[in-house]
Design a protein around this ligand. Sequence first.
Ligand code: DX5
Ligand code: ZN
Length: 226
Amino acid sequence: MSRNYQIAPSILSADFARLGDEVRAVIAAGADLIHFDVMDNHYVPNLTIGPMVCSAIKPHVGTTPIDVHLMVKPVDAIIPEFAKAGANIISFHPEASEHIDRTIALIRDCGCRPGLVFNPATPLSYLDYTLDKLDLVLLMSVNPGFGGQKFIDGVLPKVAEVRRRIDASGKSILLEVDGGIKADNIAKVAAAGADTFVAGSAIYGANDYAAAIRNMRSALTSHVSA
Ligand code: DX5
Ligand code: ZN
């Protein structure tokens, strides 16, 4: 089935000393979203970047949305900070919020699009009373915390189940998958029902970002025509 596929390079694998240039480079190379990984050394075992860095890259993104993936606990206090810093989409993990419905509403009230993130072993029951309030469902295909990990195939049936739920809802909700995605496995993730693909090491680890993104798009095209 043909969908509007989007590629979201994760700046986690960019050269942080040259972040503005790195963001401009992937946008010039064809990025649809800038994926921004926020890790707190508490909810996940790594420490990355916060709202100040989001503000710093904002002048470099033009109209490309910033897709903030919060791996922080607690999560609510940082949400208005990211909204002020120019985030467009803000996603959080349900285990990191005491009041999931309230956190979704907070993201919406701050003028951003809310997303809920599922670790490989997090049950989809968290969607039962939330799906109609979300603009994005993000399925992790690695355990969060680091770039460059191997894609977990067991997430594919989960992608298909979320696709079924989104289609049944009749709403336009993005289905994003994050972790270990490359040109040689992106087609099976799309076949399972994803429409938005995060890729960190596969893009920023390549010498030619445009070629890396082009290879992903051509794998998606061959999946559609297969
Ligand atoms: C992992 C992050 C990912 C990561 C993906 O916790 O959420 O967004 O940057 O990196 P790759 O594509 O290298 O697996
Ligand atoms: Zn991420």
